[in-house]
Design a protein around this ligand. Structure first.
Ligand code: NAD
Ligand code: UD1
Length: 339
């Protein structure tokens, strides 16, 4: 029988792509989202891609009663937990909102899961838990440290999950540390749709290419990297989505607790990304090199050996595919879901 999976935050960027990967793998995903950072139109798009009627509940993970009812009504077998706030800068301005949503929300979810006897959880962690890593590639045993409230919320949740796993038999938990998720589903129907001015590189580049922004500011040209610009591990969001399916399958078959990096294992610089995007889109991406952004590190890319060993998962899609898919999404939807 097909397993029902609750995806909290499933209307967001990574959750919506994971919905598609779960359907393709034969699961029945059920989305819970309060739309605080997403657009309801994504639900229609998911139905168009999957040719299935979508199961959706509008609500908040901090609503215990609602969670209890969902677990009762839907015979949920496991939870993939994406719901949370994710902007580093905003977290510095509004730490209480971040701790409330991310930490209280997760505690509430865990308590509701315990009451319903659901003990399988996949959690969205982040490479941000490595703080300022001493070198790259970064493996899972590197020291963890938080440099802002967002990162601290991920670190605290990882610690809570380790404690819960130790405290009660039967829990199966995967903490997935994402590097830089980018790109879009190849249909061009769903993708990343940040509100306001994008903080992250890829949506900014795409908006320059489509003419919504004049030029990209490249933050720092004097890093000790091969071309002086920052180096990151950009992973196609569908590869990342499939990593969640691999993690679920690991938990169902091997059980236990698993903490793994989800990245490609390759670093790409900001200038390389601009060039790849220009090639894929045929558009010019104007840029200016400006001062470094405070808090940025020179290089951050993953050692992906453990994910391959444990789950048999590797990222398959190329940088060119990332840029082509991102451009298809951006050019078909110049103003995101509200185009
Ligand atoms: P997103 O903002 O697009 O998606 C999060 C979704 O959760 C949104 O649809 C939002 O409306 C919903 N949500 C937030 N708080 C909620 C609540 N209290 N109740 C119900 N729904 C709620 O973000 P994303 O990029 O898809 O990220 C998903 C997860 O992955 C987040 O936890 C984020 O911290 C983590 N992560 C993201 C990245 C990245 O680069 N995008 C990197 C590392 C980790
Ligand atoms: C950022 C977050 C990180 C989070 C990740 C999720 C910060 C400091 N870090 O990571 O916690 O997990 O997003 O995606 O916010 N760049 C420019 N110009 C821009 C935007 C970015 O040059 O307009 C550069 C940055 O300096 C960096 C690279 O592009 O070298 C990638 O930046 P970004 O996409 O913001 O991701 P991270 O900083 O790696």
């Amino acid at each position: 029988m097909k397993k029902n999976i609750l995806i909290t935050g499933g209307a967001g960027f990574i959750g919506s792509h994971t919905y598609i990967a779960l359907v393709a793998a034969g699961y029945v995903p059920i989305i819970l989202d309060n739309f605080c950072n997403s657009n309801p139109i994504v639900l229609e798009r998911l139905e168009r891609i999957s040719h299935l009627q979508l199961k959706f509940i509008k609500g908040d993970i901090r609503d215990s009663k609602l969670l209890g009812k969902i677990f009762l009504d839907y015979n949920i077998s496991s939870v993939i937990h994406f719901a949370g706030l994710k902007s580093v800068g905003e977290s510095v301005e509004k730490p209480l909102e971040y701790y409330d949503n991310n930490i209280i929300g997760t505690l509430n979810l865990l308590m509701a899961m315990r009451s319903a006897n659901i003990q399988t959880l996949v959690f969205s962690s982040s490479a941000t838990v490595y703080g300022n890593p001493v070198s790259a590639p970064i493996s899972e045993n590197f020291a963890r440290c938080a440099t802002n409230p967002y990162g601290r919320s991920k670190l605290i949740i990882e610690n809570i999950l380790e404690d819960v796993y130790q405290s009660e038999p039967g829990w199966n938990i995967a903490c997935l540390r994402y590097f830089n998720p980018v790109g879009a589903h190849r249909s061009g129907l769903i993708g990343e749709d940040p509100l306001g001015i994008p903080n992250n590189l890829m949506p900014y580049i795409a908006q320059v290419a489509i003419g919504r922004r004049d030029h990209l500011n490249v933050f720092g040209g004097d890093y000790p990297t091969h071309d002086g610009t920052g180096v990151r591990d950009f992973i196609h969001v569908m590869d990342l989505a499939e990593g969640h399916v691999a993690a679920l399958e690991y938990l169902y078959s091997k059980r236990g607790m698993l903490t793994v990096n989800l990245g490609t294992g390759h670093g790409v610089s900001v200038l390389q990304m601009i060039q790849a995007f220009e090639q894929a889109s045929g558009m010019k991406v104007s840029y200016k090199i400006v001062n470094r952004r405070p808090g940025d590190v020179a290089e951050c890319w993953a050692d992906t050996t453990l994910a391959e060993q444990k789950m048999g998962w590797v990222a398959r899609r190329s940088l060119q595919e990332i840029c082509e898919d991102a451009w298809r999404w951006q050019s078909n939807n110049p103003n995101g879901f509200n185009s």
